[in-house]
Write a protein that binds this ligand. Structure first.
Ligand SMILES: CC(=O)SCCNC(=O)CCNC(=O)[C@H](O)C(C)(C)COP(=O)(O)OP(=O)(O)OC[C@H]1O[C@@H](n2cnc3c(N)ncnc32)[C@H](O)[C@@H]1OP(=O)(O)O
Ligand SMILES: CC(C)C(=O)C(=O)O
Ligand SMILES: [Mg+2]
Length: 563
């Protein structure tokens, strides 16, 4: 990089528009969408689509709900020409869908283009020429008046050819390529030339398409340019004002949104931002941005993953995991405070109310995404996410203090492994920590019990240090009876039991927090069984084993030793 980029790069001049209106406008209805996946998108691929892939993409675009689709540059390539013919000849174009075909302003190419859509019920012929100073001077060698005459001549030629084919409903689209780099008065002259040559008026609309062929300014400048054109184009009521943003500065979506606020009625772009260089504007993001503001985009992204897979297959380009709305990770929170807030948001959610789940701009279910990957665990995660995942995967609900304790155990594993902890690994850690507690030399092992009918006295079979013991105890419930039978000075600070699944074969999860007088802190233990008393006994035994691991002097005295 050079030290003084101002020697090499020029900032764009701001538009003099003191009374600009767009900043206080709100987008309340969707634009007309045009997909250029099969043209601008296609001309940007390592390997352009063959006819089969184009048909597949076309059918997907129709399914999504696009009513205007730019299908190619038929005068430039035989594949494009054959593809357009196939759509028409095989009657693959629904009645409410209009094909658009692009051509340079050259008579031979215009002829072939109009010919390519022969027999279509409706068609848009898209004609363009670059209008910005460098192109005028370097590429075309034309003055502004010469360029205006050039546009007039070629639009009249399109009109002549299309007027001769009244069986098709024709619309003209004119694009001053590189509009955002062109002086506004020159763009206006170019567009007015096209508007007049086309005979625009009642029953004969024209689409004026204003591109950021190469995005070159902040989106507010583009919005000013659009509002300026919106105010000056005439007859405005017969002009469909369209924008075609690219994404060279990474602000294609913002440019399109501000342009809609500034008067654009139609937007051209590609699925997932495919397109030349850094892409055309991403129509999926734009549409779902509208949706999350309560405006239905009139495009259907209910199965966004399915659409993504087809787009990837047709273009050969993978979608980034962080791509808005569709990326594999965009509904995933790894970080602790986000996980905590999402978990609480879901718990507090009114299924029929307004969507207000923290950190989730959209309900993933609305676009066919599951809640499965919402929360994933790594070293950045906290108790909220960990407990959410365990509850979702295994139906395990932990009391708050146990959540705190368990999250630090998981944290150690995540730090040590330096990788993500899956739901299965989380379960293994939970199980090793609370269900299969083993401690050197002093491990209690549960073998069985018999509880009397009123649930107040128990006979317990355990082994300790290799010796089997049959112990008996009494209490005002099974837990108290177990503690009594063991004859240990433990205090039960917390006990809870709940089913981890529904149905007759449901497993009960018992959780016990036990403390040993004189030893700081407490220990949790858990037990899982289809029998609720077994689950409770296991939970007590596991809590004791964890206390023993901390140095509590556990000793089980035989009352009635068995062989
Ligand atoms: C920003 C965009 O996305 S615009 C779309 C761009 N897409 C494409 O160009 C893909 C398809 N294009 C092609 O395959 C080829 O350009 C073709 C087949 C159309 C034409 O090929 P060629 O006749 O060999 O011309 P070439 O590609 O070199 O184009 C340059 C010529 O076209 C002229 N030209 C460029 N754009 C235009 C235009 N919009 N209208 C009229 N002439 C134009 C140039 O001035 C140059 O003319 P010159 O030869 O007299 O100097
Ligand atoms: C042909 C035009 C509209 C284009 O694709 C562009 O300028 O980006
Ligand atoms: Mg383009």
């Amino acid at each position: 990089m050079i030290q003084e980029p101002s020697r090499k790069y020029r900032p764009i001049s701001p538009v003099r528009l003191e009374d600009r209106q767009w900043p206080s406008k709100v987008i309340s209805s969707p634009p007309t969408w045009l997909s250029t996946d099969l043209r601008d998108g296609n001309q940007a691929l390592f390997e352009p689509m063959n006819v089969e892939r184009k048909v597949r993409m076309f059918q997907e675009l129709v399914r999504i709900g696009f009513k205007e689709i730019e299908v190619g540059f038929p005068s430039a390539s035989q594949i494009d020409y054959d593809f357009v013919r196939r759509l028409i000849d095989e009657d693959l174009v629904p009645d409410d869908v209009t094909l658009m075909v692009i051509t340079q302003s050259r008579t031979d190419l215009i002829e072939k283009t109009v010919d390519a859509v022969k027999g279509a019920h409706s068609a848009i012929v898209h004609i363009y020429n670059a209008t910005a100073p460098v192109w005028r001077e370097v590429v075309f060698g034309m003055t502004v008046p010469e360029m205006v005459a050039f546009i007039d001549r070629h639009v009249r030629y399109v009109k002549e050819l299309t007027d001769a084919r009244p069986e098709t409903r024709w619309t003209l689209q004119y694009s001053p390529e590189c509009f955002s780099m062109t002086e506004l008065d020159v763009s206006l002259q170019a567009c007015q030339a096209a508007i007049e040559a086309w005979g625009t008026g009642p029953g004969r609309d024209i689409i004026i398409n204003l591109p950021t062929t190469v995005e070159n300014a902040t989106p507010n400048v583009f919005a000013d340019q659009i509002e300026w054109m919106h105010r000056h184009l005439t007859p405005r009521e017969h002009v469909i004002l369209c924008v075609h943003p690219h994404n060279d500065r990474g602000t294609g979506v913002a440019a399109a949104e501000l342009a809609m606020m500034a008067g654009a009625q139609r937007v051209e772009g590609c699925l997932f931002g495919n397109g030349e260089r850094s892409g055309n504007v991403d129509i999926v993001t734009l549409a779902l941005n509208l949706y999350t503001q309560g405006v239905h985009p009139k495009l259907d992204f209910s199965d966004i993953n399915g659409i993504a897979r087809i787009a990837e297959e047709c273009t050969g380009l993978p979608i980034h995991p962080r791509h808005p709305y569709v990326g594999d990770l965009v509904f995933t929170a790894f970080s602790g405070s986000h996980q905590d807030a999402i978990k609480k948001g879901f718990a507090a959610r009114d299924p029929n109310g307004v969507w207000e789940v923290p950190y989730l701009p959209i309900d993933p279910a609305d676009i066919g995404r599951t809640y499965d990957s919402l929360i994933r665990v790594n070293s950045q995660s906290g108790k909220g996410g960990i407990t959410y995942l365990l509850e979702r995967e295994r139906g395990i609900q932990m009391p708050r203090r146990m959540q705190v304790e368990f999250s630090s155990v998981v944290q150690q594993h995540a730090d040590a492994s330096e990788s993500e902890i899956s739901g299965q690994q989380l379960w293994t850690i939970f199980s090793d920590t609370y269900l299969q507690t083993q401690s050197e030399g002093a491990t209690l092992v549960y073998y069985g019990h018999r509880l009397d009918d009123d649930g107040q006295s128990i006979e317990l079979d355990v082994s300790f240090r290799g010796q089997h013991h049959r112990l008996s105890g009494n209490g005002n419930g099974p837990i108290a009876a177990v503690v009594d039978a063991l004859g240990l000075p433990i205090r039960i600070d917390h006990y809870e039991e709940r089913a981890t699944s529904a149905g007759a074969q449901a497993q009960a999860l018992a959780i016990v927090e036990a403390a040993w007088p004189g030893i700081a802190g407490s220990a949790f233990g858990a037990g899982i069984s289809t029998n609720i008393v077994t689950a409770s006994v296991l939970a007590v035994v596991n809590a004791i084993n964890r206390l023993a691991a901390r140095g509590c002097p556990v000793m089980v005295e035989a009352q009635d030793a068995t062989a």
